[in-house]
Design a protein around this ligand. Structure first.
Ligand SMILES: [Fe+2]
Ligand SMILES: [Fe+2]
Length: 133
């Protein structure tokens, strides 16, 4: 399974888009590791990177929302915190118990939820930022 930064994911904000590209690449690295049976140390590295990168990216998006007075910041932040927790749980599960098909399914599910968040919620922030600059 490989994710692509397709046209429907473009928000139009250069920082947000470039970070989403990095996130998708990081998710592909995890998926590659999970499917090719790489040793667990390598997987721990890639999944921890994904988890940390999500936090960094969410923080940047929230700073942009704060700077521009985005009206839906509270709900957006709440969604980010929840997603961070869920990714962290998967990362811990893989680190502790090794690769399982359940973990792969769970991560795949979380990725499709995140891509949907980009298509809907992150596009709204980008639009708001472009109008307020
Ligand atoms: Fe985002
Ligand atoms: Fe977001």
């Amino acid at each position: 399974m490989r994710y692509q930064f397709t046209e429907d994911l473009v928000t139009g904000n250069p920082l947000i888009d470039s970070e989403h590209k990095t996130f998708i690449q990081a998710a592909n690295n995890v998926m590659d590791n999970l499917s090719d049976g790489t040793d667990s140390a390598a997987i721990m590295g890639t999944i921890q990177f994904l988890s940390n990168y999500a936090k960094t990216h969410f923080k940047h998006e929230e700073e942009l929302q704060k700077e521009t007075g985005y009206p839906d910041i509270v709900a957006h932040k709440k969604w980010h915190r929840n997603f961070e927790t869920e990714i962290e749980t998967i990362a811990k599960d893989i680190t502790t118990n090794g690769i399982s098909s359940a973990a792969v399914v769970e991560l795949t599910r979380k990725m499709s939820i995140l891509l949907n968040h980009i298509r809907t919620q992150d596009k709204k922030i980008a639009l708001h930022i472009s109008k307020s600059s």
